[in-house]
Design a protein around this ligand. Sequence first.
Ligand code: GAR
Length: 210
Amino acid sequence: MSLRVGVLVSGEGSNLQALIDTVHSEGVVEIVCVGSNNPEAHGLERAREAGIERGVFAASDYGSREERDAALGDWLEQHGVELVVLAGFMELLRPQLVRRLAGRIINIHPSLLPAFPGVHPIEEALDYGVQVMGVTVHFVDEGVDSGPIILQEAFDPVPYSRDIAAVERRVHEIEHRLLPQAVRLVAAGRVRIDPANPRRVIVEEASDGD
Ligand code: GAR
């Protein structure tokens, strides 16, 4: 049986699409539901086209973020989700939900963490004048983009002009490969936290047949 995955999106959903076109289509995992905080997210339309169940969890529909996150957690649980992928989900999940899903949420972030966490990493990296940029896939903990790192990939040179669109294109090329790769590794049971150092993620070598 393939791993049951829930994906959360806030906008375009190109990373969701990359997952649908690779690991989901190949049957490595089953994306059983796609949730969003934003009813207008194009990612929801992508899920509809792929025949995947959708849910909208806008914070404004709930009395508090805690209530919203509790409803989201219930919905993910009802779908038997074993792994939650934040694919451009632009809100912080409250600690209670993170604890409820401990070790079962991963996020993709467009910087080489711990540099430039938060919501404007590409702009901040360009303003800083970095010469190498990249993408990180990491476990989600209770902090902001601070969980243990599963995969990272760097690229250079960074264009000298402040061409955000060009950098975003480069970032997306990497993301659309790196996120499916991380999901594949988790699905194969090859990702675990080093018991000697909870900051470190051990990615097991592929055994024959993987
Ligand atoms: C991606 O670049 C992702 O790394 C970023 O949002 C974009 C979503 O694109 N996420 C964050 O910045 C999270 N802090 P998409 O909707 O086309 O997948």
